[in-house]
Design a protein around this ligand. Structure first.
Ligand code: NAP
Ligand code: ZN
Length: 404
């Protein structure tokens, strides 16, 4: 149990210079958040209240993986009570990203256990710290893949906190800025977050369909904007999963001609319904010859190892392919795949707070939201297995009411 002590002086200027020479009442008050010791000091008829808060941490139900080999199971974590710039959020929904599986199974290495995954969080503000100016109780907010950053580097000052030179603080599978307190994600009933690392969820987006926007949404919106997708461009989205289906929606909303490249032929009808203009099943290898040099832009969201060269050859001259999928294993790259048509291969990592807010507002304006299957938390292990089989249309979202 960690304790936070906050001394707050209310009511009088220069109160630290005064001597408690008249009356001093100490009393303990049980608050919703812990125990608050309050001293009332009366000096010449003026009442000064000094509050010394010894706030307990908040026991919070969660689901965690205890090791790379263990399934997710009920677990209790401690959330900090709000510091002056913190907000306490009651979590309503949390999306299930393929990165949760990669990390819970330590496929990228360096995972921190026990791990409470989840970085597509939607919730309601239930308490705010004394200095919070941006949020109030009752606000509907989002938290994405990071909850802090060094705030001083060039990237942070440019609003690209995800590229923080000091390293962003991941929402889970990371450590707070102290370098030792583990962070825990959204497979839990509440979270405490600094007010600068939260998003406002615009009215009109159903909340369970908004959750995946916090990762899958920004991860696909950001590269399309950053690398300059233009109306009329021919864009291919590779992999129709959580990220891919958002890529299709954004590509369509931005006025591009969208083609889905999928190794699941059965997703054709969905792809067209989601806004794609064309669908190509990649199981037939001839398609890589038939569609050579066809696209201006490829957004590759595939989570498993595949041949980048085959896809690069589908780019027109000066075309760009952006990787967002993070397969466990590396894949060889042949130089001519880039050289012959002056192609560019790039990567992209989620997006900063400012751009994530822009993306959410874009979604509200254009009627964009994720297609989701809402599950209770006890179905999470099954959901992971179904995702690995490509059996999700197109994002699982946990209803945290099932953990309360
Ligand atoms: P997902 O919902 O599981 O979708 C992945 C899609 O990849 C599948 O639906 C499938 O699409 C395709 N795929 C899977 N196995 C394949 C295989 N063996 N060969 C070819 N295609 C295959 O996963 P997601 O949540 O969208 O995440 C996708 C990847 O992006 C993950 O690696 C994740 O870690 C990463 N990610 C990156 C960022 C970032 O900032 N860069 C952020 C979030 C996630 P089809 O059935 O249509 O082929
Ligand atoms: Zn994610």
């Amino acid at each position: 149990m960690r304790a936070f002590f906050t001394a707050i002086c209310i009511g009088l200027e220069g109160c630290d210079r005064m001597t408690p020479n008249t009356g001093l009442d100490n009393f303990e008050r049980k608050t919703k958040l812990g125990v608050r010791t309050q001293s009332e000091l009366r000096i010449e008829g003026v009442v000064m209240v000094t509050v010394v808060e010894s706030k307990a941490t908040l026991k919070t139900p969660a689901y965690a993986a205890k090791s790379a080999k263990s399934p997710l199971a009920p677990f209790t974590i401690e959330r900090r009570t709000p510091r002056p710039h913190d907000v306490l959020i009651d979590i309503l929904y949390c999306g299930v990203c393929h990165s949760d599986i990669h990390q819970a199974r330590d496929e990228w290495g360096g995972s921190i256990f026990p791990m409470v995954p989840g970085h597509e969080i939607i919730g309601k503000v239930v308490d705010v710290g004394t200095h919070v100016s941006k949020w109030k109780k009752g606000d509907i907010v989002g938290v994405g893949c990071f909850v802090d950053s060094d705030r001083t580097c060039v990237a942070c000052r440019a609003g690209e906190e995800q590229l923080c030179e000091g390293g962003m603080t991941l929402t889970y599978n990371g450590y707070e800025r102290d370098g030792k307190t583990p962070t825990y994600g959204g497979y839990s009933t509440r979270i405490t977050v600094d007010e600068n690392y939260m998003l406002r969820i615009p009215k009109g987006i159903p909340l369970e369909r908004a959750a995946p926007l916090l990762c899958a949404g920004i991860t696909t919106y950001s590269p399309l904007k950053h690398f300059g997708l233009k109306p009329g461009n021919k864009v291919a989205v590779v992999g129709l999963g959580g990220l891919g289906h958002m890529g299709v929606k954004f590509g369509h909303a931005l006025g591009a001609h969208v083609t889905v490249l999928s190794h699941s032929p059965g997703k054709r009808r969905d792809a067209l319904r989601l806004g794609a203009d064309d669908f190509i099943a990649t199981k037939d290898e001839d398609i890589f010859i038939e569609n050579a040099a066809r696209f201006d832009f490829i957004l590759d969201t595939v989570s498993a190892k595949h041949d980048y060269n085959a896809y690069l050859n589908l780019l027109h001259y000066d075309g760009i392919m952006v990787l967002v999928g993070v397969p466990e294993e590396p894949s060889p790259l042949s130089a001519p795949s880039l050289i012959m048509k002056r192609r560019t291969l790039a990567g992209s990592l989620i997006g900063g707070i400012r751009e994530t807010q822009e993306m959410l507002d874009f979604c509200a304006q254009h009627g964009v939201a994720a297609d989701v299957e809402v599950i209770s938390i006890d179905k999470i292990n099954e959901a992971y297995e179904r995702m690995l089989k490509g059996d999700v249309r197109y994002r699982f979202v946990i209803d945290l009411a099932s953990l309360k």
